[in-house]
Write a protein that binds this ligand. Structure first.
Ligand SMILES: Nc1ncnc2c1ncn2[C@@H]1O[C@H](COP(=O)(O)OP(=O)(O)OP(=O)(O)O)[C@@H](O)[C@H]1O
Ligand SMILES: [Mg+2]
Length: 322
């Protein structure tokens, strides 16, 4: 049984005379213990999808199952699910006039958490907030608020955790520690996580698979490694010490795509999947071209994101989620 199943999910919002299709017939499933990334441009429908799964927004149509049950089917199902899931987002509205500890205590009551004091203490230490526990949320920096939201997410030791931009505003040190906490927690408890972020390196580091969403639809689901294979070209940056004109002539003869040129530098593209670069290098060395520096820009998830985000809608419908 998959931990999360989403089948033909649809959600629209009415705005004056306009209908916004926030989630447009998406299907996907997440295995137990998997970290599943939802990527996509602003307004793609990621938060709406997560809000439907965690019961904050009701769907128009489609089916969802969490840990094998449909949370909307009846009250018992929702009662069963609600204590097994949790959500954390940097945009979570905590009660500003309550202290960190008071906020977490309120959530602990909502989630029927046992050993409240012990759990809150442990989480505050984990996210380096212990010294601030009696400070009102209104007096916290944005990164500190984000860390309180993370504590809230782990409070009931959820089996399924929705992390929607949970690292926004964290300094690089805490962000790195947070990713480590998420990974360690997930490995220890076998937690299933849906993770959204606009920071590609953390999506790549954490997620087993990624669904790319755009305009409410899932365009493709795959691993970060396979997503990167979709970029067929690698760009090469060279600084030429001797025989620059000869080098330029060779590139033109070989019909290599030149992206930019400087007085002694050049950026061009070669195929990522063939030995085109190796062959080219042999030719230019034989022609007496001397190179003083070389830099290869391997395709990143960011390149894929930009390519998918800018692609025309017609093309992006090519392959819906697997
Ligand atoms: N309550 C609402 N009322 C009207 N429109 C809404 C509402 N919630 C979301 N939308 C619209 O639905 C679409 C999807 O929004 P959503 O928040 O799911 O996007 P997202 O992928 O999470 O984007 P981001 O990366 O900016 O967080 C957007 O066009 C948004 O404006
Ligand atoms: Mg969002």
């Amino acid at each position: 049984m998959d931990a999360i199943e989403v089948i033909n999910l649809v959600k629209s919002f009415k705005e004056k005379n306009r209908l916004i299709k926030a989630v447009d017939n998406i299907s996907f499933s997440v295995k137990k213990g998997e970290i599943f990334g939802l990527l996509g441009p602003n307004g793609a429908g990621k938060t709406t999808t997560l809000n439907i799964l965690n019961g904050l927004v009701s769907k128009d149509s489609g089916e969802i199952r969490i840990l094998g049950v449909d949370p909307e089917q009846n009250e018992q199902n929702w009662e069963y699910i609600k204590n097994k899931i949790n959500v954390s987002t940097a945009y979570y509205s905590l009660s500003e006039q309550l202290t960190i500890k008071q906020n977490l205590k309120v959530y602990a009551m909502l989630y029927n958490v046992k050993n409240v004091q012990e759990k809150i203490d442990k989480l505050l230490k984990m996210f380096e907030l212990k010294e601030l526990e009696n400070r009102k949320v209104v007096q916290l920096s944005s990164g500190e608020k984000t860390r309180v939201a993370l504590c809230k997410g782990f409070l009931n030791e959820p089996e399924v955790l929705f992390l929607d931009e949970c690292t926004v505003g964290l300094d690089p040190d805490i962000a790195e520690k947070t990713r480590k906490i998420i990974k360690e927690y997930q490995q220890k408890n076998g937690t299933t996580i849906i993770f959204t972020s606009h920071y590609m390196y953390e999506v790549e580091e954490l997620c087993d698979r990624i669904a790319f969403m755009k305009n409410g639809k899932i365009i493709k689901i795959d691993t970060a490694k396979n997503f990167k294979k979709l970029i067929k070209k690698t760009s090469i940056e060279l600084t030429i010490k001797e025989n620059y004109p000869a080098f330029l002539k060779i590139l033109k003869e070989k019909k290599i795509d030149i992206l930019s040129t400087g007085t002694n530098t050049i950026i061009f593209e070669v195929s990522s999947s063939t030995d085109q670069l190796y062959k080219l290098m042999n030719i230019i060395f034989k022609a007496g071209v001397k190179i003083s520096d070389m830099h290869m820009n391997k395709p990143t998830l960011e390149d894929i994101f930009i390519q998918f985000a800018r692609r025309k809608q017609k093309k992006s419908k090519m392959s819906e989620g697997k």
